[in-house]
Design a protein around this ligand. Structure first.
Ligand SMILES: C[S@@+](CC[C@H](N)C(=O)[O-])C[C@H]1O[C@@H](n2cnc3c(N)ncnc32)[C@H](O)[C@@H]1O
Length: 264
């Protein structure tokens, strides 16, 4: 995926590097302008300030690794085991009292859903991934198969421990699970952020939005249910996919929203 900013500099989201040349878009003939850069079958989105060039059929890139269906299912069933449910439900009462109860309600993104999101943004081994509020860690485990470094952060100790156990079980050495409150989190350098925001309070979502504005241009932010569109982030893609709540037999379909950190 490529996009260009308001100064018409081009960015590629495959390498997350900016390339040196500029396009003359003064006549607004975008298709002519992009013809010279070898990007075929593109669609152009614009929010009036930035321009985004997306391949028409999918955002899949040639560098993307495939995860076999059987592997997705094996990881998914590990995270739906009794042990995972136990870890998810073991929230200490003091912690429950100190946080908004709803934000600790547990559910997990399906393996196929996060895989689909990561495919759409062309995740590759050049990328790092962070799940903010990672729960037991399913999205982190799936991401670790595609990216160079996958991290998750959660406030519930039993979930973080389960994530670490899962990383050992699946031999994922490029993963890290941190116990922390999102409010005190330093994002550092990260290329793809995931926030399953469905249960997070508005106050927590605003705090996260603020932190996301520190990401570098071209970084990708995938969210669930709520868009985090802001002066810093542009919404470029959405799709619907299942998310499962503990205690409910059927996963429900949720909106996945893909944003890109605008060039400043
Ligand atoms: C709905 S779960 C999503 C789990 C995971 N991201 C997934 O999609 O499978 C939301 C998670 O956010 C965590 N959370 C809520 N408030 C938090 C906070 N202040 N700091 C860190 N984690 C928090 C909860 O403990 C919970 O595990």
């Amino acid at each position: 995926m490529l996009y260009f900013d308001k100064d018409h500099r081009i960015h590629t989201l495959e390498s997350r590097e900016m390339v040196q040349w500029k396009l003359d878009l003064s006549n607004a003939d975008y298709s002519q302008a992009v013809a010279g850069i070898g990007v075929e079958r593109t669609q152009i989105l614009s929010d009036g300030e930035s321009f985004f060039l997306l391949p028409k059929e999918s955002l899949k890139t040639s560098k993307l690794s495939e995860i076999p269906q059987a592997e997705l299912e094996e990881i998914q069933s590990f995270f739906f085991s009794q042990e995972a449910v136990q870890a998810a439900l073991s929230v200490n009462s003091d912690l429950l009292k100190s946080q908004d109860k709803g934000s600790l309600t547990y559910g997990t993104t399906g393996a196929k859903s996060i895989y689909e999101a990561l495919r759409r943004v062309g995740a590759s081994t050049d990328d790092s991934f962070l799940d903010i509020g990672c729960g037991c860690g399913l999205p982190v485990l799936i991401a670790s198969k595609l990216v160079g470094q996958a991290r998750g952060v959660d406030i519930v100790p039993s979930m973080v421990e389960f994530g670490q156990k899962a990383a050992t079980r699946f031999g994922r050495e490029n993963t890290e699970f941190l116990l922390a409150n999102i409010r005190h989190l330093e994002l550092g350098r990260v290329d793809i952020v995931y926030v399953a925001a469905t249960t997070l309070t508005e106050e927590l979502r605003e705090t996260i939005k603020e932190k996301l504005s520190q990401l570098r241009p071209g970084a990708v932010v995938i969210t669930l249910t709520y868009s985090f569109q802001s002066d810093a982030l542009v919404l470029v893609d959405t799709f619907k996919s299942p998310f499962a709540w503990w205690g409910s037999s059927e996963p429900s379909v949720h909106d996945f929203l893909i944003h890109i950190r605008r060039a400043s």
